[in-house]
Every structure is written in structure tokens, then in C-alpha cells.
Design a protein around this ligand. Structure first.
Ligand code: ADP
Ligand code: ZN
Length: 749
């Protein structure tokens, strides 16, 4: 009899099950086991031994799922690293690493049907039979070239490629055609071409992909990246927005795929990156696989299984959890917008950072790693200063593009001089007028959605708050309700103050909904759209808004964070940041860094293709160092100043922060437990322990929250620190009365 250690999707450590030899189960396989009296789980076989453990009743493994192991040996090491570093169980890693359908449990134990998994397809295009001969095409072109020159040109492109490639049946790979989807669709609708899906072929020549020609600066950067990779170093590519980082990635991707390697490209948020995926698909067609939470569970499960059986040459573009997808020949990992906070999962264990995990995964696979950003995280930047990462800088935009001009517009001064209408300074309004007159587009950024972030009684000062989260409720005009942006609680907007019964409630501050309403009033003929999580509830709605703006059907786009990332709109010449004060006043040691990154990112949307764009930042603190650094576009100055402060206060990157979060519905019990644990931690860590303090959100979903922060100086052993924390927690668990207090750990918070 054999015994298998099996990881189950639970917070507990591994369990042992017996394994009959007839099942042919190996390490990494998914298996079904019974747990408790009536529950079934999918588990992953972590190791197998013949030694019988000394407890009496060992249950058997019931069944093996799938013909291939779901977790490769390298991925096992990656899971172990995540579990150890982020202080969670392998089962918790399993919960994020495997898609739900690949790990059936309890109610439905049906596995995915492996036969339903299709080989990746690639699109081929051919002229219709009537145009297949040279004479026929020439005749068609002669007849239509005056009225539809573009169409004729496109037909010629297809015909020429077919000749060049000696395509006997006339079909050529779509990826080699420098045509966009609209153009192809137009030809197909007229019956001028056929398209056909064929099983994608492996490609062994990177010239088989339509790679862009690089500029001199890009070529130099590409060479420096190659050199770094040759030296087995991570490459940090710091390229201003519009410098063409993607073009460089494309070259690296093509080389890796042609060598039979897999490429993982991480992006912070997939919906926002739809433009990027389209661009990559045009070049890599049947090799591209996307992976994110908006796909159906079935699709995600199938993708996972397909990759588990693939032998290499895959291009995966996905969000942070894609880091756990199975590959067999990882050659390159790209983390785009590596500074983005979305790479850190903070709500649930494992509270991992996908960027940092990517670096580890690169090392485990002996694969190349590129971290790219217009505003690198101070962690990565410091690693490059220390020589740990190679640092590669692209200072200029590609081609004729110039970085936008930044105008800082003082809101207090504008009010004093009567140069402000509702929430807009004249500086910005004048720019908008000019832009609209030139038939160009405007983007306005406000980092709050809804109408008003809070309501206040003008007589007694009372503001309605969420009864579960103790934060102010945001007014939503469309629904005439107030909503909690943390838990979704809503209530009708009160007309009289619930506190003093006087009818004097006023809406304070402004969100995107109000900004859009006001700007429509100020520019009645402009077409205004709003992009935030309220207007883009479905992927379709999201795409529609983006498409309309791209097509020039919208003049002004008002939005939250969602409009700041990755978009490449050709005709935007003015970008407004409506209230930078919001960004500067966040109580977080990273507030300045994040504010800089966000504003640079917003600014990066301006003037990417036409003349120099303009960015207007409205703020009451025009002399704030972050505003000054954004206005000069000086990343290095920002980094120098920020790093000085971080060093003085012992914050990352000069330390690792470990946050212990405690939760309970009873405030007094929580307070006592928090003090008890803090005392135990202080015994081990002394002055490195801060708190307990109430969390930024003192109450969430009905639970009170407190936290304790531990700063471990950079260079000290994190392994030892984790061990000491575990010991202190074990000690605290001896106090029975605190048993019901939830304790969560967030490493590198
Ligand atoms: P980044 O990701 O650095 O912000 P992008 O890769 O999106 O920049 O490039 C910005 C714009 O410049 C894109 O529209 C891109 O197509 C164009 N571009 C950059 N480099 C090249 C190149 N070598 N050839 C053609 N177009 C390029
Ligand atoms: Zn709430």
C-alpha cells in the first residue's frame, strides 16, 4: 500500500490518504477524496511514500481526475514558496491557483470533459474564388479603385502574401496581414474573402510573426534586455507612456515562442487591457490565450487543462492568478505595469504579490523576466539601484510623440478670483473649449464614482454612514439612493436629517456621475460619456463605451481609475485631473508614490498621437512635492524624495511590512485580544511592532477591525521573522477567550 500526502482547498495542512496501486496516481495529480462523513473534495497529490503513518483510520483516494497532472513539479515549488512567504496553507494557494471547475467538490464531482478541449486555432484568410486569378483581381481593382481605394489595396495585400508564401489553396495566416479586424470584416461581408479556422501550427522562426520595426532607442533597450537575460538578471524596463514598451515585448515574445518556449504576460486588469490583447492577437493569433475572471468557469477550466497538456509555445496574457497556470517550458515572464497595486491580492489568502511571485517563478523555471512600467514601484527601482535587476530606461515617446504639458491649476486661487464654475477651473474649461473646437477629445479623471461621496446636514453636521462599515454613504443620483462602496448596503436618500430632523441635507464633494452631469451642462453640445464600475457592469457595456470613444462618437469621457490604464486613444489632447487632493490625502505610506503613478498614468493618455497634449491638474496644494514631480515628469526626483522618507521611517523598500489583521463583532473583546497579541509580538520583535490600531476601515460588514504592524528591516531573515510570528500566534491561541477573534496575516502589505 502507498500513502499520499494530499493538499485540499482548506486552510489546514496536508492530509494523508491511502493509495491503491491500481489507480496509477502520481505526484501533481488531481484526485477525489472523502473528507469528514459526507464531504468530497478534489485534492492535489503532493508526495507519495510507502511508509504507513501511525494513525488508525486512513481513508483511500477514491478516484483520479484527468489524464495529466494539474500541478507540475516546478509549480509545486512555486506553491510552496507562496505558502511559506505569505504565511498561508498550500490549500489556500490551491484555491486561487486552480480554476473552480478543475477542482470539483461536494455537490458536483463531475470533472471537466477532457475531450471537449480543443487545440488552439488560428485564422486563415483567402480571396474568394472569383478574385483568385490575377486578371480577375486586376479587373476588380480597376473598377473599384477610385471609389474604394483602401478596399482594393487590402485585397492586393492578401493576394501578394498568397503568392509570396506559395499558398496552393490561397489561404494565408491572418497574423501576417497588417489589417485590422474592421477591415477584414468589411471584406468578408462583401463576400470578397473567406476566413477559416485551422489548427495553429508550431512556429520556429520569429520572422513568421509580424513584428514592428523598432526605433533606435527601442532597439538599444531590447539589446540591453537581452544582455540582462543572458546574465540571468531580471530586466526592469522603465519607459515613459507611449515609448513603445509593448513593441519591445513583442520582439521578446516572438523570439521565445519561436524557440518553443512559453510566455506569460501579466497585466493588472484584463478589461482595461482589451486593446493590448487585440494587438497581440493580431500578431500571434492562435498562440494567444487569455485568462481572467470574466471568462466563464468552463472556459477557465478548459484553458487550464489545455495548458496542462501543452508542450510549449504558448502565449498567455492574464491577470495575477495566471501566474499559477501550468506550463512546461516557461521561457519568458513579462509583468506589465509592474507597479500596479492590483498585483497584490489583499482580500483573501494567499495575500500574494504576483509581480514578486513572477520573479520567483522565473528563477524556478530558469526563465527570463521583464518588469515594465512608466513609473516603476520603488521596490523594483531600489532593486535596480542595488544592481539586483538590470535597469533599462526609455525616456522618450516613440516617433513624433512628445510628452504632454502639465498645467497645475490652483482651486483655492480660482475660487478667490471667480475663475471656477462648479468643480472646474477656467484653466481646464478653456482647454476643453479649445480641444472641442479642434474636434479633439477630452478625458476627465475623478477617483470617486457616484454623485456625491457624502451628504451632510448643514445644521448639525451629521453625515449618514453605513451601519456595517462606518464609512460615509455615496449618493447615486440615477438610483436616488445612497450606497456603501465597501459592502453594497443601500438606503433611500433622506430629505430630513435623521439626526436633528431639520430639512437641510446637502450633497458634498463630487463623483464621476456629478462631474459628467456638470460638464454636460457647461458644454451642452458635447457628447459626454462616463466610464466607471457603475456604467460598465457588463463587458459589453464597457467595450461599447471604449469603442464609442475610440471611434470619436464621444467628445468627453469622464471616468475613474479605469480610464487611466493602458488605453491608447489617438485623438485625446486634453486630460483633466479634477481633484488631485483626494489622491494626496490617502492615509497610507505609499500615498505619494501611488498618487504620482496614477497622475503620470492619467497624463500619459494625452497627446499620444497628435500635437502636444495638455494635462490640467486641479488641486488646492499646487506646491505639494508630488504635484511638482508630476508637473516636471521627474520620476527620479520623486523616487529620491520618497526613498529618503521611507528610509527615515523604516518603510518598504527598507523593510518588509507584515500586517496582522484582527476582526470580531464585539469591540471590547477585539481590543483586548489585539493588545494581548501585540504584547506577545513585542516580546519577540520589540520596537518593530506598531499598534494595535484601528484599521483604516474600523468596521467592515459588521465586524470591527484592528491591526498590528511589524516592520522587518530589509536584509534581516524573513524566514526567522515568520517563525517567530508563528510562535507568538501559537502562544496567543492558548488564551481560550480570544479563540473567536479572526486573525489574518498580510505579508508585504
Ligand atoms: P507604452 O506601452 O510604452 O505606453 P506603446 O507600446 O503602447 O507604449 O506604444 C505607444 C504607441 O506608439 C502605440 O500606438 C504604438 O503602436 C506606437 N509605436 C511604438 N513603437 C512603435 C514602433 N516601433 N513601430 C510602430 N509603432 C510604434
Ligand atoms: Zn457597508
Amino acid at each position: 500500500m502507498l500513502y499520499a500526502q494530499v493538499v485540499l482547498p482548506l486552510a489546514q495542512p496536508m492530509y494523508t490518504f491511502s493509495l491503491s496501486e491500481t489507480l496509477a496516481v502520481g505526484v501533481g495529480d488531481a484526485v477525489v477524496v472523502q473528507f469528514g462523513s459526507s464531504r468530497y473534495y478534489t485534492g492535489i497529490v503532493w508526495s507519495i511514500s510507502s511508509e504507513k503513518p501511525d494513525y488508525p483510520r486512513i481513508k483511500p483516494i477514491l478516484k483520479k481526475l484527468y489524464s495529466v497532472p494539474l500541478v507540475t513539479p516546478t509549480m509545486q515549488r512555486a506553491w510552496e514558496w507562496v505558502a511559506e512567504y505569505y504565511m498561508c496553507s498550500l490549500g489556500e494557494v490551491m484555491r486561487v491557483a486552480l480554476p473552480s471547475l478543475a477542482k470539483p467538490s461536494a455537490t458536483s464531482l463531475t470533472e471537466l470533459d477532457e475531450r471537449s478541449i480543443e487545440a488552439p486555432k488560428e485564422r486563415y484568410v483567402a480571396l474568394c474564388e472569383e478574385l483568385r486569378s490575377e486578371e480577375a483581381l486586376a479587373e476588380y481593382v480597376a473598377r473599384h479603385s477610385r471609389r474604394a481605394p483602401r478596399r482594393c489595396e487590402n485585397l492586393d495585400i492578401i493576394a501578394n502574401l498568397a503568392i509570396e508564401r506559395k499558398a496552393a489553396d490561397g489561404f494565408v495566416p491572418r497574423r501576417l496581414l497588417n489589417l485590422n479586424n474592421e477591415e477584414l470584416t468589411a471584406l468578408r461581408k462583401r463576400g470578397l474573402i473567406y476566413t477559416e479556422e485551422r489548427t495553429a501550427q508550431r512556429i520556429y522562426d520569429s520572422a513568421e510573426f509580424l513584428r514592428p520595426t523598432l526605433s533606435e532607442a527601442q532597439t538599444k533597450a531590447l539589446e540591453e534586455i537581452r544582455k540582462a537575460h543572458h546574465e540571468k538578471r531580471v530586466a526592469l524596463l522603465h519607459g515613459v507612456t507611449g515609448s513603445g514598451k509593448t513593441e519591445i515585448y513583442i520582439h521578446l515574445i516572438a523570439e521565445t515562442l519561436a524557440a518553443g518556449g512559453d510566455v506569460l504576460m501579466l497585466v493588472p486588469e484584463i478589461v482595461i487591457t482589451s486593446q493590448l490583447v487585440e494587438r497581440l492577437e493580431r500578431i500571434f493569433e492562435g498562440r494567444t490565450t487569455t485568462y481572467h475572471s470574466r471568462l466563464t468557469a468552463l472556459r477557465r477550466g478548459q484553458t487550464f487543462l489545455r495548458l496542462a497538456t501543452s508542450s510549449g509555445g504558448e502565449l498567455i496574457v492574464g491577470v495575477r492568478s495566471s501566474i499559477f497556470l501550468p506550463t512546461h517550458n516557461m521561457g519568458l515572464i513579462i509583468v506589465d505595469e509592474e507597479h500596479d497595486a492590483n498585483y497584490k491580492q489583499s482580500d483573501l489568502a494567499p495575500r500574494y504579490n504576483a509581480r514578486d511571485t513572477a520573479v520567483i517563478l522565473g528563477r524556478l523555471n530558469n526563465a527570463n523576466v521583464v518588469l515594465g512600467s512608466a513609473t516603476p514601484s520603488l521596490e523594483s527601482y531600489t532593486n535596480s539601484l542595488a544592481g539586483k535587476y538590470a535597469y533599462i530606461e526609455l525616456k522618450e515617446r516613440w516617433g513624433e510623440g512628445v510628452l504632454p504639458e502639465v498645467i497645475v491649476s490652483d482651486t483655492i486661487r480660482a475660487v478667490k478670483r471667480g475663475e471656477r464654475k462648479t468643480h472646474f477651473n477656467l484653466d481646464l474649461l478653456n482647454d476643453i473649449s479649445r480641444t472641442l473646437a479642434a474636434k479633439e477629445q477630452v478625458m476627465l479623471f475623478q477617483n470617486r464614482r457616484g454623485y456625491s461621496p457624502y451628504t451632510q446636514c448643514r445644521t448639525c453636521g451629521y453625515s449618514p454612514r453605513c451601519p456595517h462599515c462606518n464609512v460615509t454613504l455615496t449618493q447615486h443620483k440615477a438610483s436616488a439612493r445612497m450606497e456603501c462602496h465597501y459592502c453594497g448596503y443601500t438606503m433611500p436618500t433622506p430629505t430630513v436629517c435623521p439626526n436633528c430632523d431639520i430639512q437641510d441635507m446637502a450633497l458634498m464633494g463630487f463623483g464621476t456621475e456629478k462631474a459628467a452631469e456638470e460638464i454636460s451642462r457647461l458644454f451642452p453640445t458635447a457628447r459626454v460619456e462616463r466610464l466607471d464600475s457603475d456604467t460598465s457592469t457588463s463587458e459589453r457595456a464597457f467595450k461599447q463605451i471604449v469603442h464609442d470613444f475610440e471611434a470619436g462618437l464621444t467628445d468627453i469621457l469622464v471616468g475613474t481609475q479605469i480610464i487611466t490604464k493602458g488605453f491608447d486613444f489617438k485623438n485625446v489632447s486634453t486630460v483633466g485631473i479634477l481633484n488631485a487632493d483626494n489622491l494626496l490625502s490617502i492615509p497610507d505610506f505609499r500615498a505619494s508614490e501611488r498618487a504620482f503613478q496614477l497622475m503620470m498614468q492619467v497624463a500619459g493618455r494625452a497627446g499620444r498621437h497628435n500635437d502636444r497634449g495638455r494635462v490640467v491638474i486641479q488641486t488646492s496644494q499646487p506646491k505639494h512635492p508630488v504635484i511638482e514631480h508630476v508637473s516636471s515628469g521627474d520620476y527620479h526626483a520623486m523616487a529620491r524624495k520618497e526613498l529618503e522618507e521611507r528610509r527615515a521611517f523604516g518603510y518598504p523598500p527598507y523593510s518588509h511590512l507584515i500586517r496582522l489583521m484582527l476582526r470580531h463583532t464585539e469591540y471590547e473583546l477585539l481590543r483586548h485580544a489585539a493588545h494581548h497579541i501585540a504584547t506577545l509580538m513585542r516580546k519577540k520583535f520589540g520596537a518593530r511592532v506598531m499598534g494595535p490600531v484601528s484599521s483604516a476601515l474600523e468596521m467592515l460588514r459588521g465586524e470591527h477591525r484592528a491591526e498590528i504592524l511589524i516592520k522587518i528591516e530589509a536584509g534581516a531573515s524573513m524566514q526567522r521573522a515568520r517563525k517567530m510570528i508563528r510562535e507568538a500566534i501559537a502562544e496567543s491561541e492558548q488564551k481560550r477567550e480570544y479563540k473567536s477573534v479572526k486573525l489574518l496575516i498580510d505579508v508585504d502589505a
